[in-house]
Design a protein around this ligand. Sequence first.
Ligand code: NAD
Ligand code: WQD
Length: 355
Amino acid sequence: MSQKAVLVTGGAGYIGSHTVIELLEAGREVVVYDNLTNASYEAVRRIEKITGKKPIFYKADILDKKALLEVFSRHSIGSVIHFAGLKAVGESTQIPLDYYYNNITGTIILLQAMKEANVKNIVFSSSATVYGEPPIIPIPETCPTDAKSPYGRTKLFVEHVIRDLCTAEKDWNAALLRYFNPAGAHPSGILGENPTGIPNNLMPYFAQVAIGKRECLSVFGNDYPTRDGTCIRDYIHVVDLAQGHLAALKKLEEKPGCVEYNLGTGIGSTVLEMVKAFNKAVGRELPYKITDRRPGDVPNLTADPTKANKELGWKVKFTLDEACASLWKWQSENPDGLEGYPSEAPAECVLDYLH
Ligand code: NAD
Ligand code: WQD
């Protein structure tokens, strides 16, 4: 019997597009569903360039239940990987209503459409940010949660929504994947993160310093209680993260109910260690300066990935040096990311019952 298709919301975005590549390369049928608010259609073309396969694509919104139902009726879908969402922590403090509406209401509408279409397997993009300032390092899934930003609270709340649904209706299965810090790009150099404006995150910012778009990296604080005073994070190669989703999909076939997994390496790196690792990939010393702490940053977020290793049979394969090398290949070969390529989806891919 042939496997049913996977609907990937947010599949044109950074982590979603890399996951679509891994799914296609594993022979899965994929339907990408993205409103392109933070992505370009060029990402879909690049997916095809890498895999030789054209994913089915819809430009549509998860807030648009009619469009979702239309897609579920057109394709035989067995599960959903749900990446779609707004993700900038700082921005979420400025426009919290947009974050709560898009991320929480959007997910509820998606779940309602799934229920109507009788599709009851979901993999959800949660985040290590749900742990707040964790009392235990490395962090196990059992660690108390305490999200500190509107963005983080959207992730935590959606986790509760999905858990409650799985408790109430036993035919639902869900994997709540708490990602640590995704880094790197596809090793081909053809696809990678494509931030708009000034990057918020360390590695895309530093990559823009390396190509001369930004002058100097600001290292936010060197007075944290860590080995060199800068914050520790668990940077995971985006292709390893993508592979974690394939493992989670497989897990759902065992009908586990609702399960949470940390997707991280288990190895923490300080900001200064990341500077050194990326300098090595680029082959020269890039400029940085120590500045004040960034409000909201916590000293250490390092995963304990034991549960995912054991229960998903998944383990990271790439090293930090490989993540840095892939980021540099992507950035140096695409200095403007996907800018300058046609970003709009072909008209026949657009579904919109909201406007
Ligand atoms: P991204 O912004 O590159 O991808 C998200 C995609 O969702 C974008 O392509 C965007 O156009 C789409 N989207 C947003 N709202 C939508 C809507 N209403 N309907 C349809 N599509 C919509 O982000 P990413 O880094 O790939 O993150 C993917 C998911 O993982 C997000 O949910 C994010 O919160 C979560 N996450 C990301 C990180 C990270 O550091 N990148 C860490 C932990 C969790
Ligand atoms: C990493 C480290 C900064 C930029 C964020 C979200 C989190 C998750 C992943 C979605 C920190 C330092 C950064 C810079 C710096 N996303 N830094 N100079 O904050 O760990 O996590 O992305 O779920 O929710 O909060 O990632 O890359 O912004 O920062 O010194 O210009 O680099 O202080 O220690 P963060 P980041």
